[in-house]
Design a protein around this ligand. Sequence first.
Ligand code: KIV
Ligand code: NA
Length: 269
Amino acid sequence: MPQISLATLDRLKAKGKRFAMLTAYDAGFAGLMGEAGVASVLVGDSLGMVVQGAGSTAAVTMEDMVYHTGCVARGVAAGEGDVPLIVADMPLGSYYTPEDAARNAARLLGAGANVVKLEGGAWLADTVRFLTERGLPVCAHLGLTPQTADMLGGYKVQGRDAAAAKRIVDDSLALDAAGARLLLLECVPDAVGAAVREGARVPVIGIGAGPGTDGQVLVLHDMLNVTRGRKARFVKNYMAGRDSVAAAFRAFAEEVESGAYPAPEHCYG
Ligand code: KIV
Ligand code: NA
């Protein structure tokens, strides 16, 4: 089964084709995602909430991430379709120094990840460069960064005013120049999503970042309507009107590729 690589995503971007990513934490769901045409799976530290039942991502450990990355890697390999690219989150506290980051990134790659994701802005550029020089591929997560959401005033849209928007775009340029192979942009106005994509050499994946990014990601439990309580504006229930998880994954991949998702009601215009 063909492996979807960073080069595959680069080619899709060059052709102006959009691609889908979903979070996965176990083998069963991850296997179905590849079969449904989801290009990439994210082993997110959102597992702190949706798997472990905590209120934030703060308590997620490297051991948790290694364990779930292994589960997902075995799952995608057993699936029938193209094998999705696996991105795995570096948990809070695992990348304060470049050396720590490299050691921990290598553990996640050893567990089966293809790319590691770190949250932060321009301050992270030295770490991104350190990992990249050592052949460890990085996705940089910016905009709303859940590991440090309290510092940002909670789960709120980022980059609302011109100065904040410019800082996010400048951060994205610094991380791209430092060698990040993917950018992930969370919870920003559509115009910021489009501006980041405009300046980026590498594919930009959005969650609540408008229709202008190269890829779109949702949390598995959100799109399957498992999550209780108030939902973010960008969440869409793909189980509505469908009778299987596989059909929900296929619909998400198709709607991302066609541009039907995100619709204006999922965006911060
Ligand atoms: O952990 C996660 O699920 C994430 C997504 C929200 C992008 O980082
Ligand atoms: Na995360």
